[in-house]
Design a protein around this ligand. Structure first.
Ligand code: MTE
Ligand code: MO
Length: 418
């Protein structure tokens, strides 16, 4: 479907998103009586308990030189990207699990689409199901895109700004770039008979129900506006040329380019397609900005990732004296990174870094380097700050929000010259 059908008037920015949702809410209230059968769809595949890493629930090995464990999550150490190409290999890609990695058999797995925003295919009654084989026979597309947790960098609210926030205290390693291959979500939505009245979809994972402080919130699911769903979202079954690994959503996950990681639902089981706005704890209670300066119900749901930069260097690294080439990467959910600057003196002076990627991928990251010959032994703070094609750049401090989302400020990276 051409996105023109639904006038793609920047529906992917938060304010417009919220506006359109409230309009359709008003228009559709009268239609939604009796729409309470919302959670009718069951699990779409056989589940087995993963022989997961003892405490984390993550299947792949988490060698300490590549990862920092945080409860059920694992953060990539940035020195693990040094010497790598554009992509983050799956063996070091961060994992963010609300619960734990399920093992799903692709042969019995089904993706089910249902809801008031579908007309249904001719001759089909009720929900429409796609097997793994059927998805793989549909036209395939490959994209290179980052996935980044909304809370990436959260730890710096506390360590750099002295603020208390709740959530995993990531440094900058909750991001990775991969080559994803799959079917466009728009292809599948069209085959399922999406109507012009559809406003939101609700993709839901097959991982176990998420219990938050004793309260069962059900399976991980987060509404996505139809405009974004039809624009550039992929139902991915491959990562970097291999079948999706269990921890990253096998057999099929969403990849929602440029938006923060929670949109990219893993272990996809079903997708509700609705002619009315949809809600779940993941777009009401979480993944909005709360705190002073925000309304009681929070900001509109977080959508795009913000601008960030990281050095491919251990945290608190000790380096020998002598000439070095500092390397790093910058990325933004707003589009292409235009420039990155580096400071080796704690932010007193800045020099442009040399960007290595001639044609930056607006959904990926750019690599850059900066030669550095420290004058003396001792402690240094290295800083990198980027600006993207919209002019957005990295401030000295990140505006506070209670969950510590979207830490976009310049990170002060300590190193010692021996
Ligand atoms: N089903 C399901 N999907 C999910 C999650 C989850 O816990 N369950 N976590 C989300 C979050 S918060 C992030 S940041 C990304 C992380 O993707 P990755 O583990 O492949 O890096 O997956 C998203 N999709
Ligand atoms: Mo996340």
């Amino acid at each position: 479907m051409r996105s023109g059908d639904r006038k793609d008037v920047g529906l992917t920015d938060e304010a417009t998103y919220e506006h359109v949702r409230s309009l359709s809410r008003r228009g559709l209230l009268r239609l939604s009586a009796g729409a309470g059968a919302g959670l009718a769809a069951g699990a779409g595949g056989a589940l087995a308990a993963a022989p997961a890493g003892a405490a984390t629930g993550i299947v792949k090995p988490l060698p300490p030189e590549l990862f920092i464990e945080h409860g059920t999550n694992a953060e990539m150490r940035w020195e693990a990207m040094r010497g790598q190409g554009l992509l983050t290999p799956a063996d070091r890609f961060f994992v963010r699990n609300h619960v734990s990695t399920p093992l799903i058999d692709a042969r019995t797995w089904r993706l089910r689409l249902w809801g008031s925003g579908l007309r249904g295919s001719p001759g089909e009654d009720g929900p429409i199901e796609f097997s793994y084989d059927r998805l793989r026979r549909l036209p395939a597309e490959t994209i290179t895109a980052f996935i980044e947790c909304t809370g990436n960098g959260r730890g710096f609210y506390t360590s750099q700004q002295g603020q208390q926030v709740s959530g995993t205290g990531w440094r900058l390693g909750a991001v990775g770039v991969a080559r994803w291959r799959g079917v466009r979500l728009s292809t599948v939505l069209r085959l399922a008979g999406i109507t012009r009245e559809a406003v939101d979809i609700l993709p839901r994972g097959l991982d176990a129900e998420y219990v938050d402080k004793g309260e069962n919130l059900g399976r991980v699911r987060r509404p996505l506006p139809v405009a974004k769903a039809l624009k550039d979202v992929l139902l991915a079954y491959e990562m970097n040329g291999a079948p999706l690994p269990p921890d990253h959503g096998h057999p099929v996950r969403l990849v929602v380019p440029s938006w923060t990681g929670i949109a990219s639902i893993k272990w996809l089981g079903d997708i509700q397609v609705a002619a009315e706005p949809l809600y779940s704890p993941w777009n009401t209670r979480f993944y909005r900005l709360f705190g002073p300066g925000y309304p009681q119900e929070g900001s509109p749901p977080v959508t795009r990732a913000n601008v960030k930069s990281a050095f491919e260097l251990a945290w608190d690294a000790t380096l020998p004296a002598g000439p070095h080439v500092l390397r790093g990467r910058s990325w933004s959910g707003n589009g292409r990174v235009r420039r990155t600057e580096v400071s080796v003196d704690g932010g007193a002076t800045w020099r442009p870094a040399r960007v290595l990627d001639r044609h930056p991928n607006p959904r990926g990251w750019v690599r850059w380097e900066h030669p550095w010959t420290p004058r003396a032994a001792g402690r240094y703070e290295l800083l990198a700050r980027a600006a993207d094609e919209t002019g957005a750049s990295q401030p000295d401090t990140a505006p506070y929000n209670t969950f510590g989302y979207l830490f976009g400020a310049v990170v002060r990276h300590p190193v010692t010259i021996a």
